[in-house]
Design a binder for this molecule. Structure first.
Ligand SMILES: [Zn+2]
Length: 148
Protein backbone atom coordinates (compact mmCIF):
# COMPACT_ATOMS: atom_id res chain seq x y z
CA UNK A 1 0.00 0.00 0.00
CA UNK A 2 1.37 3.40 -0.97
CA UNK A 3 -0.53 5.81 1.25
CA UNK A 4 1.17 9.09 2.11
CA UNK A 5 -0.57 9.40 5.50
CA UNK A 6 0.30 5.82 6.49
CA UNK A 7 3.90 6.55 5.55
CA UNK A 8 3.94 9.72 7.70
CA UNK A 9 2.27 7.94 10.63
CA UNK A 10 4.93 5.21 10.41
CA UNK A 11 7.71 7.80 10.32
CA UNK A 12 8.72 6.83 6.77
CA UNK A 13 8.00 10.31 5.36
CA UNK A 14 8.87 13.66 6.95
CA UNK A 15 6.12 16.02 8.08
CA UNK A 16 5.60 19.14 10.15
CA UNK A 17 4.13 17.20 13.07
CA UNK A 18 2.32 19.13 15.78
CA UNK A 19 0.97 16.32 17.93
CA UNK A 20 0.58 12.55 17.98
CA UNK A 21 -1.27 10.10 20.17
CA UNK A 22 -2.47 6.53 19.85
CA UNK A 23 -5.34 7.40 17.47
CA UNK A 24 -4.16 10.42 15.49
CA UNK A 25 -1.28 12.42 14.11
CA UNK A 26 -1.59 16.16 13.58
CA UNK A 27 0.47 17.96 10.95
CA UNK A 28 0.55 20.98 8.67
CA UNK A 29 -0.81 20.50 5.15
CA UNK A 30 2.05 20.95 2.66
CA UNK A 31 -0.48 22.32 0.14
CA UNK A 32 -2.02 24.90 2.48
CA UNK A 33 -5.27 26.59 1.47
CA UNK A 34 -4.57 29.31 4.05
CA UNK A 35 -1.71 29.87 6.54
CA UNK A 36 -1.51 27.29 9.36
CA UNK A 37 -3.71 24.76 7.55
CA UNK A 38 -3.75 21.80 9.93
CA UNK A 39 -4.64 18.15 9.25
CA UNK A 40 -5.75 15.65 11.87
CA UNK A 41 -5.08 12.20 10.41
CA UNK A 42 -6.27 8.88 11.83
CA UNK A 43 -3.49 6.39 12.57
CA UNK A 44 -5.62 3.63 11.11
CA UNK A 45 -5.87 3.51 7.32
CA UNK A 46 -9.61 4.18 7.31
CA UNK A 47 -11.00 5.91 4.21
CA UNK A 48 -14.29 7.06 5.71
CA UNK A 49 -15.47 8.64 8.95
CA UNK A 50 -17.85 5.70 9.34
CA UNK A 51 -14.83 3.36 9.37
CA UNK A 52 -13.71 4.78 12.73
CA UNK A 53 -15.25 3.53 15.96
CA UNK A 54 -17.65 5.84 17.78
CA UNK A 55 -15.08 6.29 20.56
CA UNK A 56 -12.38 7.33 18.07
CA UNK A 57 -14.80 9.73 16.35
CA UNK A 58 -15.47 11.34 19.74
CA UNK A 59 -11.73 11.71 20.32
CA UNK A 60 -11.40 13.21 16.83
CA UNK A 61 -13.89 15.94 17.69
CA UNK A 62 -12.21 16.59 21.05
CA UNK A 63 -8.81 16.85 19.34
CA UNK A 64 -10.27 19.16 16.67
CA UNK A 65 -11.50 21.48 19.42
CA UNK A 66 -8.08 21.40 21.09
CA UNK A 67 -6.36 22.19 17.77
CA UNK A 68 -8.81 25.01 17.02
CA UNK A 69 -8.06 26.52 20.44
CA UNK A 70 -4.30 26.24 19.79
CA UNK A 71 -4.70 27.89 16.37
CA UNK A 72 -6.64 30.78 17.90
CA UNK A 73 -4.18 31.28 20.73
CA UNK A 74 -1.36 31.33 18.13
CA UNK A 75 -3.22 34.07 16.25
CA UNK A 76 -4.78 32.04 13.41
CA UNK A 77 -8.50 32.05 12.65
CA UNK A 78 -9.52 33.97 15.73
CA UNK A 79 -12.91 34.75 14.17
CA UNK A 80 -13.33 31.61 12.09
CA UNK A 81 -11.88 28.22 11.21
CA UNK A 82 -13.32 25.79 8.64
CA UNK A 83 -13.37 22.22 9.94
CA UNK A 84 -13.74 20.00 6.89
CA UNK A 85 -13.85 16.26 6.29
CA UNK A 86 -13.96 15.22 2.65
CA UNK A 87 -15.61 11.85 3.18
CA UNK A 88 -15.20 9.69 0.09
CA UNK A 89 -13.71 10.01 -3.41
CA UNK A 90 -16.45 12.22 -4.91
CA UNK A 91 -16.02 14.78 -2.12
CA UNK A 92 -12.58 16.05 -3.20
CA UNK A 93 -10.83 13.54 -0.91
CA UNK A 94 -7.41 13.20 -2.56
CA UNK A 95 -5.90 10.74 -0.09
CA UNK A 96 -8.34 7.91 0.77
CA UNK A 97 -7.35 7.98 4.44
CA UNK A 98 -9.49 9.90 6.89
CA UNK A 99 -8.31 13.40 7.71
CA UNK A 100 -9.96 16.48 9.12
CA UNK A 101 -8.83 19.88 7.81
CA UNK A 102 -8.67 22.93 10.05
CA UNK A 103 -8.42 25.97 7.80
CA UNK A 104 -8.03 29.27 9.66
CA UNK A 105 -9.88 32.11 7.96
CA UNK A 106 -9.53 35.87 7.86
CA UNK A 107 -11.89 38.60 6.74
CA UNK A 108 -11.82 39.01 2.95
CA UNK A 109 -9.78 35.87 2.23
CA UNK A 110 -12.40 34.06 0.13
CA UNK A 111 -10.76 34.95 -3.25
CA UNK A 112 -7.41 33.65 -1.99
CA UNK A 113 -9.09 30.48 -0.71
CA UNK A 114 -10.86 29.84 -4.02
CA UNK A 115 -7.65 30.49 -5.95
CA UNK A 116 -5.82 27.93 -3.80
CA UNK A 117 -8.61 25.44 -4.39
CA UNK A 118 -7.96 25.77 -8.14
CA UNK A 119 -4.16 25.63 -8.01
CA UNK A 120 -3.91 23.46 -4.90
CA UNK A 121 -1.19 21.11 -6.11
CA UNK A 122 0.93 23.55 -8.07
CA UNK A 123 4.31 23.78 -6.39
CA UNK A 124 4.42 27.47 -5.46
CA UNK A 125 7.80 28.56 -4.11
CA UNK A 126 8.54 25.34 -2.22
CA UNK A 127 11.61 26.71 -0.48
CA UNK A 128 9.82 29.74 0.94
CA UNK A 129 6.84 27.57 1.85
CA UNK A 130 9.08 25.19 3.83
CA UNK A 131 10.43 28.12 5.85
CA UNK A 132 6.89 29.34 6.47
CA UNK A 133 5.62 25.88 7.49
CA UNK A 134 8.56 25.49 9.87
CA UNK A 135 7.73 28.80 11.57
CA UNK A 136 4.01 27.96 11.76
CA UNK A 137 4.76 24.52 13.21
CA UNK A 138 6.96 26.02 15.95
CA UNK A 139 4.32 28.60 16.82
CA UNK A 140 1.57 25.97 17.01
CA UNK A 141 3.67 23.52 19.06
CA UNK A 142 4.24 26.33 21.57
CA UNK A 143 0.48 27.06 21.64
CA UNK A 144 -0.15 23.34 22.27
CA UNK A 145 2.58 23.07 24.86
CA UNK A 146 4.27 20.39 22.73
CA UNK A 147 7.71 21.77 22.02
CA UNK A 148 10.18 18.98 21.44
ZN1 LIG B 1 -3.29 5.30 4.84
Amino acid sequence: MDCVFCAIAAGRLPAHLLHQDEDFIVLLDIFPMRPAHVLIVSRAHAPLLADLSAAVRDRLLALAERMAAALRSAGYGREGINLVINDGPDSNQHVPHLHLHLIPRRPGDLPALLWRLLVRFLPLGRRRLQVRLQAEAERLRRALGEEN
